[in-house]
Design a protein around this ligand. Structure first.
Ligand code: NAD
Ligand code: AKB
Length: 323
């Protein structure tokens, strides 16, 4: 069996930390090289190799891929929807050029698999709102969504033209307690837990009835690894797969949190992220992922909320013990 050497780019972000740790368990700590532009995340420190790397510097990226004998790349560096609207040129440039740098080097070197995530942000106001299908009208209105949709077609192109085995998932909003989210519209669904535990209240930047597709991080990590480990002949979608787990509104998640923290209260002050959220579907049809690589989520809203609260409370207790 070929010995895999994996490079995770953007390893210090919300997904990167947990994905790197999960990959290290499977492939061996020394075979998974974490990289990012920022300082190493403390959850990664001491768990395996780390290199400081700007994915926009193609020469340095190329050097690292050769030096580390990399056979698989997970590219997670990106600017997300809310931050992207503040600096559209930067978001387009990072989100596109990082992908092209990785795809070109993968084509020319010994990299036989690439993972690059897309997002439900590819969908726009003209896409179906409920159970949004894999193939449908796609007219994104954010620069982030435009960059993801263009990226999906670059992945498809490199697979068909150059045989680069690149795979992708359109993640919904991801909820996690290990590392903080980085500038998305769905970030409220993480912030709400932190504020519920520390302040007993949360001021939400979306309206109470704004439904969005969401997923708990353990499901997202499992989906990613299951897709990457599926036999190549089962992967029929080479743009990016729809995946789904749950769908809820701020009012619904607040009610769920109240079951655990009865004095929790929520207020609403919608801002520039409201129209972004309203442009996306409320729920997703993931039947292609179910059929091709047997995708099935484990966490619904109530299981996710219970697990988030118990893990965040434990972290809080440990932090207070250290003070
Ligand atoms: P994040 O912002 O938390 O992490 C991105 C990481 O990339 C950061 O650690 C950042 O320092 C790093 N980075 C930025 N520019 C870089 C550069 N030039 N070179 C190297 N590293 C750089 O993002 P995330 O939430 O972990 O998302 C990872 C991927 O998943 C992105 O492509 C994102 O679009 C996609 N995605 C995320 C979500 C979500 O809810 N988190 C949903 C859909 C899709
Ligand atoms: C965002 O809100 O930008 C991300 C995403 C759904 O891609 N969480």
């Amino acid at each position: 069996m070929m010995k895999e050497r994996i490079l995770v780019i953007g390893a210090c972000g919300q997904i990167g930390v947990e994905l790197t740790l999960a990959l290290r368990k499977i492939y061996g700590a020394s075979n998974v090289v974490a990289s990012d532009m920022r300082e190493e995340n403390k959850l990664l420190t001491g768990t395996g190799p780390y290199v400081s790397l700007d994915v926009m510097n193609k020469e340095m990226l190329h050097v690292q891929i050769i030096r580390q004998n990399i056979t698989q790349i997970y590219l997670l560096a990106a600017i997300l929807s809310a931050t992207g609207e503040k600096n559209p040129n930067l978001a387009w440039s990072l989100n596109m050029q990082s992908l092209l740098n990785v795809l070109e080097i993968a084509r020319d070197e010994n990299v036989h698999k690439v993972y690059w995530p897309s997002s439900i942000a590819v969908f726009g106001p003209t896409s179906p709102k409920i159970n949004c299908p894999q193939q449908t009208i796609i007219e994104p209105t954010t620069v982030y969504g435009i960059s993801k949709y263009a990226g999906e077609f670059w992945c498809n192109y490199y697979f068909h033209r150059y045989n680069v085995d690149v795979r992708s998932i359109r993640y919904p909003g991801l909820i996690s307690y290990k590392s903080q989210p980085g500038g998305g519209t769905t970030d409220y669904a993480v912030e709400i837990f932190y504020d519920a535990i520390s302040e007993r209240k949360y001021n939400c930047f979306l309206k109470k009835d704004t439904f969005l597709p969401m997923m708990y991080m353990p499901d997202a990590i499992r989906a990613t690894i299951e897709l990457m480990e599926a036999p190549a002949e089962n992967i029929n979608i080479r743009t990016s797969y729809n995946v789904a787990a749950m769908s809820f509104s701020p009012a619904e998640i607040a009610a769920e949190i109240k079951k655990h923290i009865p004095d929790f209260s929520i207020s609403y002050e919608p801002d520039y992220r409201q129209p972004i959220a309203e442009s996306w579907p409320q729920s997703i049809d993931d039947s292609f992922a179910q059929k091709d690589w047997h995708w099935s989520p484990k966490f619904d809203l109530s299981a996710m909320a219970a697990d988030m609260i118990s893990n965040l409370e434990e972290q809080n207790i440990e932090k207070n013990d250290q003070i």
